[in-house]
Design a protein around this ligand. Sequence first.
Ligand SMILES: Nc1nc2c(ncn2[C@@H]2O[C@H](COP(=O)(O)OP(=O)(O)OP(=O)(O)O)[C@@H](O)[C@H]2O)c(=O)[nH]1
Ligand SMILES: [Mg+2]
Length: 316
Amino acid sequence: MEDIYNRVLDGDRRAVARLITMVENGDPAAAEPIRHLHEHTGRAHIVGVTGATGSGKSTLVSSLTKVLRGWEMSVGIIAVDPTSPFSGGAILGDRIRMQDLTTDPGVFIRSMGTRGALGGISVATNDAVNILDAFGEDIVIVETVGAGQVEVDIVKLAHTSVVVTMPGGGDEIQAIKSGIMEIGDIFVVNKADRADAGRTYAEITMMLELSDRKDGHLPPVIRTVATTGEGVEDLALAILDHRRFLEAEGLLEQKARERIIAEMLEIINRRVGDTVVKALREDPEMIDLMRRLVDTREIDPHSGARMVIRHLLKKG
Ligand SMILES: Nc1nc2c(ncn2[C@@H]2O[C@H](COP(=O)(O)OP(=O)(O)OP(=O)(O)O)[C@@H](O)[C@H]2O)c(=O)[nH]1
Ligand SMILES: [Mg+2]
């Protein structure tokens, strides 16, 4: 157990799978190996792939991986399935779609549930990305179903965010509402074999031209047919281009820093939440506070919250 991190660093795939299972289960024994691996992270390029259910993300990730493998890059894939807390049906579907990759030693595929973490990219997903990074993958791809906050969260995790849309269905309008236009670094109109793909392409291009990007990067819009691989090489090139852009502007470093800080804040959030819940249940002073808050209504929720925080900091 002590040397699971050495095995990860030595390229042992079973150790990688085992450690990811440990972080997924919240196993405290994962803390030590994660700590050791941290100094070996920061090399992989992290690509987030998000978009509506059924837009073809998994098929696209699969063809993209084949292109990257052709360029001798190693690829780690994490498919985050927010709908299912455990390995469910959708994951089985992903396995089938990505099946022809599983025999390639240069590809590591893993599905993870978000365990109801309010749609956010969970701490476990972050850990899994770090493990694959330390393992030595050149590219780590994280696939998530776009469901509002998740798309925004993925930016904190990814260096390059790819937003996958498909013709029709009014997805594009939905996308603007959820602020997705501001967060995507590359837009894909997948299923470009469908008749109405041209219109979707034109709409997205126009919206991007109108939107005001803070980083000065006008995202490319790429048409793909994930099932045949058409356009997928352009997507791979756009990802490598975006990395060069980030490097040239000094943004890669900045993103990496923001990501580590976001990760720590999320862990703090989680820990503080657990500590508060535990205190409210078990600490006599807190139980009394709850009584005054709920039963006698002497304390309002704002004052109650302040008192809880003060109490916990004092106990520190
Ligand atoms: N015609 C056409 N069908 C496609 C294309 N890409 C994917 N599909 C099909 O679309 C369906 C959904 O593809 P997936 O790759 O599972 O989509 P997804 O976005 O990963 O789906 P979820 O993970 O469930 O959100 C499958 O039946 C694919 O074969 C494409 O470019 N053209
Ligand atoms: Mg999928």
